[in-house]
Design a protein around this ligand. Structure first.
Ligand SMILES: CC(C)(COP(=O)(O)OP(=O)(O)OC[C@H]1O[C@@H](n2cnc3c(N)ncnc32)[C@H](O)[C@@H]1OP(=O)(O)O)[C@@H](O)C(=O)NCCC(=O)NCCS
Length: 325
C-alpha cells in the first residue's frame, strides 16, 4: 500500500475522519454535528492561522492533519491535531502526516510542536513517544452529571461562598460580554497561561484585548456555539469570571471553559461562586442539559477541589505533548 500526504480536498472528508476517530477514542463526548463542524473551516478563532492536510493509503483518505500557527502570541509554537481512522492505523499514515507537520513548522519558523492524547487507548502515547515528543502537562477530564445534581449540596456551597464574598456582585450574560465588562474579561482571559499550570509546555500568556474577545464570541456563534458567562464584580471592576461553551445543536452537553479569579481577589470563594451562578444560568438556558465536561491540569489542586465539591468526577486523563524541533 502506498502512503502519502497532501492538501485538503474536501471539508466533508474531514468530518468523516474526525467524527469516526473521536467516537472511537472518546465515545462519551458528543461530537459536533456535521453542519456546525463544517462552519469551523470558514470561522476560525481570531489569531489562528490554520493549515489542513489529508493522509492517504493508496488513493483513500484515512488521516487528517490540522496545524494551527498562532499569529498574535506564542509565535514559536504550532498546535497539531493528527488523526488516523482506527482501522487504518499502523501503516505509516500518522508518520507521513507528522513529517509534513515538521516541514510546515519549519516553513513558519516554529520551534515547538504541541498536541494532546487521551489515555483510553495506547495509540496516541505510543505514537508521540515514537517521534521523540516529551510529556509537557497532564490534564484530567472531569464530568458533572447534571441529571443527578445534589441540590442541597449546591445550596450549601452557595451559602458558604456568599458568606465569604460580601461586597462582590454577580453578573451573567450570553455571548459577547457587555461593553463595561469586556476589557475585564480580556484581562482575565489573558492571564490564563500565566496563572494556570502549564507544566513543561512552552506557552506564553495570550495577548487578549476587547476586540479579540468580541471576535472570539462572534465567530463562536457563527460556528453554532454559545458562550454562557458569569462574572463577580467589586464596584465596577471584574474580579472573577467563568465561561461555559455549548453547541446549540447539542442540548445535552456543554464544556466548562475558563474560570479565573484576579490574584488580588483570591480567597473569597469567588471561583466557586461564579461557577455555581453560571451553572444556574446554563441550566436555565439549556433545560435538556445532562453533562458538563471540563479539563484541568492534574497539578491544579485548587480548581480540582472546587470542581469535586460541585460534583465533577474524573473521566479520563490526557497528556499534552511537546516536540522541540
Ligand atoms: C496517533 C495516530 C495519529 C497514529 O497514526 P498511525 O497511522 O497509526 O501511525 P503510524 O502507523 O505512522 O505509526 C508510527 C509509529 O508510532 C508508533 N505507534 C503508533 N501506534 C502504536 C500503538 N498502538 N502501539 C505501539 N506503537 C505505536 C509505532 O512506533 C509506529 O511505528 P511502527 O508501526 O513502524 O512500529 C493514530 O493512532 C490516531 O489517530 N490516534 C488518535 C489521535 C491521537 O492521539 N493523535 C496523536 C496526536 S500526537
Amino acid at each position: 500500500m502506498r502512503v502519502s500526504a497532501g492538501p485538503l480536498t474536501s471539508y466533508e472528508i474531514v468530518y468523516d475522519i474526525a467524527s469516526v476517530t473521536a467516537h472511537h477514542d472518546c465515545p462519551d463526548i458528543p461530537f459536533s454535528i456535521r453542519r456546525n463542524f463544517l462552519k469551523t473551516f470558514d470561522n476560525p478563532p481570531p489569531g489562528a492561522l490554520i493549515e489542513r492536510y489529508l493522509g492517504y493509503l493508496d488513493d483513500k483518505p484515512v488521516g487528517y492533519l490540522e496545524l494551527n500557527f498562532p499569529q498574535l502570541d506564542n509565535l514559536d509554537i504550532v498546535e497539531l491535531d493528527l488523526l488516523v481512522l482506527p482501522e487504518h492505523r499502523r501503516h505509516g499514515v500518522g508518520r507521513a502526516l507528522y513529517d509534513l507537520a515538521v516541514e510546515r513548522a519549519e516553513v513558519h519558523h516554529r520551534k515547538h510542536l504541541q498536541a494532546s492524547t487521551v489515555d483510553r487507548h495506547p495509540d496516541g502515547t505510543a505514537f508521540a513517544e515514537s517521534v521523540g515528543a516529551k510529556q509537557g502537562l497532564v490534564d484530567l477530564r472531569s464530568r458533572l452529571d447534571v441529571t443527578a445534581l445534589d441540590e442541597s449540596l449546591l445550596a450549601g456551597l452557595r451559602a458558604e461562598a456568599d458568606k465569604r464574598s460580601t461586597g462582590y456582585t454577580l453578573r451573567s450574560w450570553v455571548g459577547v460580554p457587555p461593553d463595561d465588562l469586556i476589557d475585564g474579561v480580556a484581562y482575565l482571559e489573558g492571564r490564563m497561561n500565566a496563572d494556570a499550570p502549564t507544566g513543561d509546555l512552552v506557552l506564553e500568556p495570550e495577548k487578549m484585548d476587547a476586540e479579540r474577545i468580541r471576535q472570539g464570541d462572534l465567530t463562536r456563534e457563527r460556528r453554532g456555539r454559545r458562550n454562557y458567562q458569569t462574572g463577580a464584580l467589586i464596584g465596577d471592576r471584574l474580579a472573577a469570571w467563568t465561561s461555559v461553551v455549548a453547541e446549540l445543536d447539542q442540548p445535552a452537553h456543554a464544556w466548562q471553559s475558563t474560570t479565573i479569579v484576579d490574584p488580588e481577589h483570591r480567597g473569597h470563594r469567588l471561583g466557586l461562586l461564579v461557577k455555581l451562578e453560571n451553572l444556574s444560568l446554563v441550566r436555565r438556558e439549556k433545560p435538556a442539559l445532562e453533562a458538563i465536561d471540563t479539563f484541568n491540569a492534574a497539578a491544579n489542586a485548587f480548581m480540582l477541589k472546587v470542581n469535586r465539591a460541585m460534583g465533577f468526577r474524573m473521566v479520563d486523563s490526557w497528556i499534552d505533548w511537546q516536540k522541540d524541533l
